[in-house]
Design a protein around this ligand. Sequence first.
Ligand SMILES: [Zn+2]
Length: 308
Amino acid sequence: MAFCRTIAALATAVQLQGTQPVPALDSARLIADLSALAADSMEGRRIATPGGARARAYLLRAFTRIGLAPVRDSFPAPFVAKTRAAELTGVNLVGMIRGTKHADRYLVVSAHYDHLGVRNGVIYNGADDNASGTAAVLAMAQWFKSHPPENSVIFALFDGEETGLLGAKAFLEKPPVPIERIVANVNLDMVSRNVKGELYASGASPFPVMKPLLDSIAAIAPVKLLLGHDTGVGESNWIQQSDQGPFDTKKIPFVYFGVEDHPDYHKPGDKVEHIEPGFYYRCVQTIAEFVRRLDLALDRVAAVRVGH
Ligand SMILES: [Zn+2]
């Protein structure tokens, strides 16, 4: 409990120091959402488990509270996927904010909410991977609700990423809007801790249209924003390592935001007490500002998307 108060106080202090013009987000809510998703009661949020269902119920309440609209008839988008081991039913959560200028053009802001579940009686909480990205998507949805975008923004929380990017693949196999209307994807996976204070943005190499935008963000970002991990030359290539992969496969321009692996990656130690609230908040501000500018520059990306 004392710990929670410390985090809340820290998050508030960070918000007050926030430098304009990056969006001021609800930092207390951000930390509360991450903490709730990474709680033991969620049992590691594995696809097709009661813990995953509890996380989903929490996220559905958040979608409703924020006031998102469903893209189709409701937020949950169930899918069935075959893996080598089993046939699994997963559920993506998909909501949107309608654009004020180009309502029929879509940006997809995504994160996976599933994690590894319970193994040998040990809960894998997945605080950084990927309660952090999930809570960040909620914070951005809340911000855009009061600062409506020009293009429609779909907020997609994917299931089954840890089992083979299942939710993102299902989303793109049966997209809720015509796939040619999806102009770009911004995916978040692990954005809450890095000992060097570095956040990576991948995607400018396969989609150079993103580079000037990312450079402009790097110049003002309250964290150290590095571009890379998207060529495979002299570095590990992350393109197919998270849910941006299926977007890349469909030639949809994307930017992935995330940190380099840490010692707790896919370990039981990926817990709330190991995230860095100040760094996390500044990462989410950075990404929110990127999405804001991407929305305003979407004509340029759409031109590339059509010709790709
Ligand atoms: Zn992940």
